[in-house]
Design a protein around this ligand. Structure first.
Ligand SMILES: [Zn+2]
Length: 452
């Protein structure tokens, strides 16, 4: 006897794989293409609707008898605009693209994870349920735009004209002139809305990918440059259990299912820079549950990637540093022992640093090398860990006699056990381009009992 369920299953699997491959062919360009299509769909729909709305509104105004424009006329015109730009009109225009592109974006997120860990991601029943809710959510924000924002813009313009006591002819003139600027404000809003829909949908697809591929931890990866937001800088590098992402998504989609807009906003909280600054030194385990997955704000470029820990003892040190936690005293002692075995990567690299920062202060290469070794070993220096260029660095620091005096630094690449530099200078230990700013370790006084 043929097991029909198994046949159907296998068939669904084949279709699924074919679909996935189609998504993957576009590879890196797929995101840009889908994102662009969604933004196009939103903004084109709005531009078309706005043009029609202007035409209708002007027609209605021309139908009015001459004289002063009254409150009743304003209400009437707002009704005409709502017919073109309101919930029904706009969601009707973008319904198809939102349904299709949400599907494609979610699959893209899942496929990206699949590619990165070498697993084909097949959607199951819960994923299709989630997809339906995400589609509903994305459409909701388009439909909501009239009530949330755009009617206020047009209402305010009409009220302003109204207050100036214009004749109907003057009003028609003004409205025709200024409407394009008002519509442009709406367009900016739709670009933002599409951006949020695209990034959020893709990230939820990634969560599905992690779940299906059995990935347990992800790492937050921000795009670090002068535009990086405070929250993304503070979240960058942190290692987060996929379970937390799944919980957050579930809370979010539960709120969407209930039509609870405030609940949805609360489940996936967006932080202003002020609130985000408080998270700077927070340990990852202390970060609230509603700040887990990017996007963390409008136009967010941060994503998650599967976390692949370094092997050996360094894995614990690295993980703690990514999560903004100092090591225990015991782990710090082991780290120092590990760094004591560090040496310059090669003679040339040492010579370069010696010429640059060492010659004037230490006199000979031997003395320069001995000073670096001494700084790593001695008990009265401070030890910091930071991440720079994706690599864990131990900073051995002897502070200057006063804040204005230079401090002495030795930097060790932990995994490579390479001494990278020794120098004296004033100023901060970290630069804004560091992945994780220097975190002070409980190190003082440890070395003495270790070397006995
Ligand atoms: Zn961001």
């Amino acid at each position: 006897m043929v097991d029909m369920a198994a046949v159907e299953n296998a068939f669904a699997h084949v279709i699924e794989r074919r679909h996935l491959r189609a998504v993957l062919i576009k590879d890196a360009d797929a995101w840009a293409a889908l994102y662009g299509e969604l933004q196009d769909a939103y903004t084109r729909a709005f531009a078309t609707a706005a043009q029609e709305a202007l035409k209708d509104a002007l027609d209605r105004m021309r139908d009015l008898p001459p004289g002063t424009f009254g409150q009743a006329d304003a209400t009437h015109i707002m009704g005409v605009l709502e017919g073109r730009l309101g919930a029904e009109a706009l969601s009707g225009l973008v319904n198809g693209p939102v349904i299709n592109l949400t599907d494609a974006l979610m699959r893209l997120g899942a496929a990206e994870v699949g590619t990165s860990v070498g697993v084909d991601i097949a959607f199951g029943r819960p994923d299709f349920d989630a997809l339906k809710l995400i589609q509903k959510d994305n459409l909701h924000w388009v439909a909501n735009s009239w009530n949330a924002r755009n009617n206020t813009i047009f209402r305010k313009a009409l009220d302003d004209y109204f207050r100036e006591g214009m004749t109907r002819e003057q009003l028609i003139q003004r409205f025709a002139e200024e409407f394009p600027a008002l519509a442009a404000k709406g367009k900016v809003y739709f670009e933002l809305l599409a951006d949020t829909a695209a990034t959020k949908t893709r990230e939820m697809g990634r969560v599905t990918g992690y779940e299906r591929a059995g990935v347990e931890y992800v790492q937050i990866r921000a795009h670090l440059d002068h535009r990086t937001s405070e929250i993304c800088r503070n979240m960058h590098g942190r290692v987060i259990p996929v379970r937390r992402l799944s919980d957050q998504r579930d809370n979010y989609l539960d709120a969407v299912r209930r039509g609870d807009v405030l609940g949805a906003k609360d489940a996936w909280a967006w932080q202003g820079d002020k609130a985000a600054a408080k998270l700077q030194d927070a340990k990852t385990k202390d970060i609230p549950a509603n700040i887990a997955s990017p996007p963390y704000h409008a136009r967010c470029r941060t994503i998650t990637v599967a976390y692949l820990p370094t092997s050996g003892a360094a894995s614990e040190w690295e993980r703690s540093t990514f999560d903004r936690e100092p090591l225990s005293r015991k782990a710090t002692a082991a780290l120092i022992e590990h760094c004591k075995a560090a040496s310059w990567r090669d003679a040339k690299s040492m010579a370069n640093h010696y010429d640059k920062h060492g010659k004037a202060l230490w006199g000979t290469r031997e003395a320069y090398n001995a000073a670096a070794m001494d700084l790593i070993r001695r008990g009265d220096r401070d030890v910091y860990l930071s991440v720079r260029g994706g690599r864990l660095k131990a900073l051995f620091v002897r502070p200057g006699a006063s804040a204005r005096k230079s401090a002495e630094f030795a930097v060790v690449d932990v995994i490579g056990q390479d001494i990278e530099t020794l120098h004296r200078r004033r100023g901060a230990l970290s630069t804004p381009s560091d992945d994780v700013q220097a975190i002070k370790q409980p190190a003082r006084g440890i070395t003495k009992w270790l070397s006995k």
